[in-house]
Design a binder for this molecule. Structure first.
Ligand code: THU
Length: 129
């Protein structure tokens, strides 16, 4: 099993743990970081809807807490037939911890459906103040 296949598996497992009683849309994210470690997250909703967090945010928080600094690859898996594409806020989150080689794989129950470089996700994103 190569790294991307392992990330896909980890993301599907994370999605099984998602807390999504409101949307019923389970998402898992798995990161291979520059430190060689794998990190996962899932969406965690809240009865106060805007308080909920995306799977990508959880995986990035795990990466940072675990000592990773840059995302080498991330798989975002939706337990659905539709393709899940990271929301705008998560694009900003991903780009913050990416370099020019970072790959973003979008996956559903049929497998990885689309792969882009992280820097393709957020043209003209917020960079400096
Ligand atoms: N969601 C994610 O976790 N990641 C995405 O990239 C898109 C959306 C979650 C947020 C919410 O819990 C559910 O999917 C429905 O929007």
């Amino acid at each position: 099993m190569n790294n991307t296949q392992k990330l896909f598996k980890l993301a599907t497992q994370a999605a099984q743990k998602a807390y999504c009683p409101y949307s019923k849309f389970a998402v898992g994210a798995a990161i291979l970081a520059d430190d060689g470690n794998f990190y996962v997250g899932c969406n965690v909703e809240n009865i106060s809807y805007p308080v909920g967090t995306c799977a990508e945010a959880g995986a990035i928080a795990a990466m940072i807490a675990g000592g990773g600094k840059i995302i080498s690859e991330i798989v975002i898996f939706a337990d659905a037939k539709t393709l899940v594409s990271p929301c705008g806020a998560c694009r900003q989150r991903i780009v913050e911890f990416s370099d020019e080689n970072t790959l973003v794989h979008m996956a559903n129950i049929e497998g990885i459906k689309k792969t882009v470089k992280a820097n393709q996700l957020l043209p003209f994103g917020f960079e400096e103040f």
